[in-house]
Design a protein around this ligand. Structure first.
Ligand SMILES: [Zn+2]
Ligand SMILES: [Zn+2]
Length: 166
């Protein structure tokens, strides 16, 4: 899969923040944890994981706010300063990566989840497709991510080849 001519745009509700992804995301999470349910006010969040340097901010500049987490690991949510729509997150202090909220993209259907996580708190009326991997809690990305995505993450985080959990 070439990163060459991929391009996908998105933005906040008021149009004050517009961005473009210059590569296909490395992986897409559908997270059913309680934190994500509270932060979005709904059943789950859709996060497309991508290197920060592959996001071009076209208009505006999102502002970040730290939020408490069940795990205690840092989580900053980046929002449009005007309409407060959340466009992406930084998890675990990993400044090189962003978790872009798929619902803010112009064509969210183009990025279906690659994995469902924290299904232990999935709302009972949400039915998951059998073909997509699903986990009660987290998962081993080394077993699930495409090799190219693992290499991209390793490069972004400056890690040795063995890789690490993020
Ligand atoms: Zn806005
Ligand atoms: Zn979550």
């Amino acid at each position: 899969m070439s990163a060459g001519n991929f391009s996908m745009e998105g933005g906040c509700t008021c149009g004050g923040v517009r961005y473009r992804l210059n590569s296909r995301p490395m992986f897409v999470h559908c997270c059913h944890c309680r934190d994500c349910q509270r932060q979005t006010g709904t059943a789950f969040v859709l996060n497309a994981i991508i290197e920060i340097d592959r996001i071009a901010t076209l208009t505006g500049e999102p502002v970040s706010i730290g939020v408490p987490t069940d795990s205690g690991r840092p989580h900053r949510i980046f929002r449009c300063p005007t309409c407060q729509c959340a466009v992406w997150s930084e998890y675990g202090g990993l400044a090189a990566l962003r978790f872009v909220r798929v619902g803010t993209m112009d064509d969210p259907a183009a990025l279906p989840p690659d994995v469902h996580i924290y299904t232990r708190s999935k709302l009972p009326w949400v039915t998951l497709p059998a073909a997509t991997p699903a986990f009660e809690a987290y998962y081993d990305s080394r077993k699930l991510w495409p090799a190219e995505s693992l290499e991209r993450r390793r490069a972004a985080l400056g890690q040795p080849t063995s890789g690490g959990q993020s």
